[in-house]
Design a protein around this ligand. Structure first.
Ligand code: URA
Length: 265
């Protein structure tokens, strides 16, 4: 395949991705050479550009090879494995100094449902897997109660490294890490995102004034995807009363997925 065909194929893939996410298609201004769309670039804020314009943008003419480093797209399409490999060597914030493992996320790579938590705790830091401690066991039970299996869904966090002492991540740590989750979501294309607790609600809505008690069970949107926030399982472990409203939220998730409530028995 010559360079022009290759560029046209990349452009088509990016436009399809952009449409699927409901995000307008914008190239990273300084890097048309790399064909990096803003939605895949952690350093660039997405700006609205009419999708129809992007759809008719002709493939750029062939150019001489650039001496600049290859972007992920020029290097081949993005992938969950590539993102996990980048996370494994990430030094974008101070959490890299104290982590034992990075915890990129796991699950079905083509899920209908994506759960997003806050960040790894001690058990996750020890194993490199999300939600495997006490809160994780409760999340697994919640998933089963929904008539699903853990392997049916994808489970990720806002930050991929454990904050010391399980403190809430700093805003700068969230900002440094968000690009990875954005890229994961671009690949996963879930029908629904169910965010767990305050941190993912605030990070995904980009609004630190929001609180989960007021916002839970509402149908929000992230990048054109329905997002339903509910309580974090570790909060449910401390406050049994919160389990009932949480179940209402999960029933709403099922309804939005077009799934029946599983029979009790
Ligand atoms: N809490 C989270 O938010 N994420 C995990 O992976 C584990 C506990």
């Amino acid at each position: 395949m010559d360079e022009r065909e290759d560029l046209a194929r990349n452009l088509k893939q990016l436009i399809e991705l952009d449409r699927a996410l409901g995000i307008d298609f914008v190239f990273k201004p300084a890097a048309t050479a790399g064909l990096v769309p803003a939605v895949l670039d952690p350093a660039v804020t997405v700006k609205p550009v009419p999708a129809v314009k992007a759809a008719v943008t002709p493939a750029p003419p062939p150019r001489a090879p650039s001496p600049e480093p290859l972007s992920p797209i020029a290097d081949g399409p993005d992938s969950l494995e590539k993102i996990a490999a980048e996370i494994a060597t990430c030094r974008a914030c101070g959490l890299c100094e104290t982590r034992r493992s990075t915890v990129p996320g796991e699950g079905n790579p083509q899920p209908e449902l994506l759960f997003v938590g806050e960040g790894p705790g001690a058990d996750e830091d020890a194993t490199g897997r999300p939600f495997v401690g006490a809160a994780g066991q409760l999340l697994t039970k919640m998933i089963i109660a929904m008539g699903l299996k853990r392997e049916d869904v994808y489970i990720a966090n806002i930050i991929k490294c454990r904050p010391p002492g399980n403190r809430t991540p700093e805003p700068a740590e969230v900002t440094a890490c968000m690009g990875y989750l954005r890229r994961q979501i671009a690949l996963l294309k879930p029908k629904i995102i169910c965010s767990l607790g305050n941190t993912p609600l605030r990070a995904l809505m980009n609004d630190d004034s929001l609180g989960i008690t007021r916002m839970r069970g509402q149908k929000l949107q992230f990048a054109g995807i329905i997002m339903i926030p509910t309580f974090h399982p570790s909060y449910l472990l401390r406050d049994e009363e919160a389990k009932k409203p949480c179940w209402e939220d999960l029933k709403l998730v099922l309804k939005e997925l077009g799934r029946e409530l599983p029979k009790r028995g």
